[in-house]
Design a binder for this molecule. Structure first.
Ligand code: PLP
Length: 419
């Protein structure tokens, strides 16, 4: 029975655990869940209200309006796209699953990478080929290790078929640069891999990048997935979309994915088709909101990052979104004296002793012995919508009392761990 083999996704499980602790009155600093932590724009709730009567099933791939708006969204990001290349779904997560299930071959994953890719591959009965990320950035396999990992997988009887990249990345919050990307795409081309590029955090890059991703570098074989959960903070509304390449491969892959969609979710919810069309047309209110969110994410993530470095931890500087992936290796000896010798024990120690909830690196496929974890800083913006709006509008969010207090708690926590 498949349900026995699939535990609750670690990020959702931790979120439920932390919410239960909070409900029981325990003080918890929640850094464990990849939610944007911001309220919905009033213009979007109005659009949803207007669309509520839309109770009929939508076309499986999405309404003409929503697909057209998504195509325009990609074109404004320098990717010529026709509406026929777009598929919408209730979140990008089911789309990623459909792509993994519909395309042949084992899944090549950077280590660490987002919790659900490996679980989805397992659900689809596929092998995973894990390749460590390079020192420079996460979201991509180290190009110095990738060819050997592919050769080893082939010798073991696996047939690597899909290379999954996350640009920018969850859990590291970093964006692989152009040099890395062109090396990786060249290897993917030589080995006939399809690239699935998860760009759900793309609009949250702190500097708008001159972004020539795999869809530019390997245009015939790259599928891009994205969604509105992060940039516009609409995770609970479930709006995801994908761009398939304009190629024979792309047409076939899209048909396969639409086939899976037709048997699993039928279509994205009717009202969400209208919301997607509205948001993806990028009216000024939406553009301003994303810009303000980007500034806030950057300010808070970089502040926590700087505090970690000041305390002596290692951590890549985040380029996007609201994640940090610290490595407490410099504190290993002192932590061992506290009985903390693995990432999982470290996460448990942080929660039980300091009330700080994070996900250990092992949840992302990283070496379980490494003292690494992911901290999502977006849940520090406030517990109420009023606080979150204040954080979004403040010229100095770090000075807001609830954020300043959370950062002070974190500083004290790092100091205690550093010994
Ligand atoms: N991809 C990455 C890298 C994510 O972090 C997430 C959410 O946490 C998703 C995909 C799924 O997002 P959604 O299904 O809300 O579009």
């Amino acid at each position: 029975m498949i349900a026995d083999a699939v535990p609750l996704s670690p990020t959702l499980a931790l979120n439920e655990d932390l919410e239960a602790r909070r409900a029981a009155g325990q003080p918890v600093l929640h850094l464990g869940f990849g939610e944007a932590g911001l309220p919905a724009l009033p213009g979007l709730t109005r659009a949803l209200r207007r669309a509520a009567p839309r109770n009929r099933y939508a076309p499986v791939a999405g309404s003409a309006e929503a697909r057209g708006a998504a195509a325009g969204w990609f074109r404004r990001r320098d990717l010529p796209t026709d509406a026929a290349q777009v598929v919408l779904a209730p979140g990008s997560k089911p789309l990623l699953y459909a792509v993994i299930a519909a395309l042949p071959g084992a899944v090549v994953l950077p280590r660490p990478s987002w919790v659900s890719y490996a679980a989805q591959a397992a659900l689809a009965g596929k092998a995973v080929v894990g390749v460590p990320v390079p020192a420079a950035a996460g979201g991509v396999p180290d190009p110095d290790l990738l060819p050997d990992a592919l050769a080893r997988a082939r010798r073991a009887g696996q047939r690597p078929g899909i290379l999954l990249l996350t640009l920018p990345d969850n859990p590291t919050g970093t964006l692989a640069g152009p040099g890395l990307l062109s090396r990786i795409c060249a290897i993917a081309g030589e080995h006939d891999l399809v690239v699935v590029c998860d760009e759900i955090y793309r609009d949250l890059c702190y500097e708008w990048p001159d972004f020539r991703g795999p869809a530019h570098l390997l245009p015939e074989r790259t599928i891009v997935t994205s969604g509105l959960s992060k940039s516009v903070a609409l995770g609970g509304w479930r709006i995801g979309f994908a761009r398939f390449p304009s190629s024979t491969f792309g047409d076939d892959a899209r048909r396969r994915v639409v086939g899976v969609a037709s048997e699993v979710w039928s279509s994205m919810a009717g009202p969400m088709q209208d919301v997607a069309a509205h948001v993806l047309a990028e009216p000024p209110e939406v553009v301003d909101h994303v810009e303000a969110s980007r500034r806030l994410h950057r300010t808070v993530a970089r502040a926590v990052h700087d505090d970690l470095l000041a305390a002596g931890a290692r951590c890549r500087t985040p380029d996007a979104a609201f994640y940090l992936y610290p490595d407490l290796a410099p504190w290993r000896d002192g932590l061992a004296r506290l009985g903390v010798t693995t990432g999982a024990v470290l996460a448990r120690h942080l929660l039980d002793r300091h009330g700080v909830g994070v996900l250990p690196g092992g949840s992302f496929g990283d070496d379980p012995a490494a003292l690494r974890f992911r901290a999502a800083t977006s849940l520090l913006y406030g517990r109420t919508d009023d606080q979150r709006w204040a954080a979004l509008r403040s010229p100095d969010p770090l000075a807001l009392p609830w954020i300043a207090e959370a950062l002070a708690t974190l500083r004290a926590t790092w100091a205690a761990l550093a010994g």
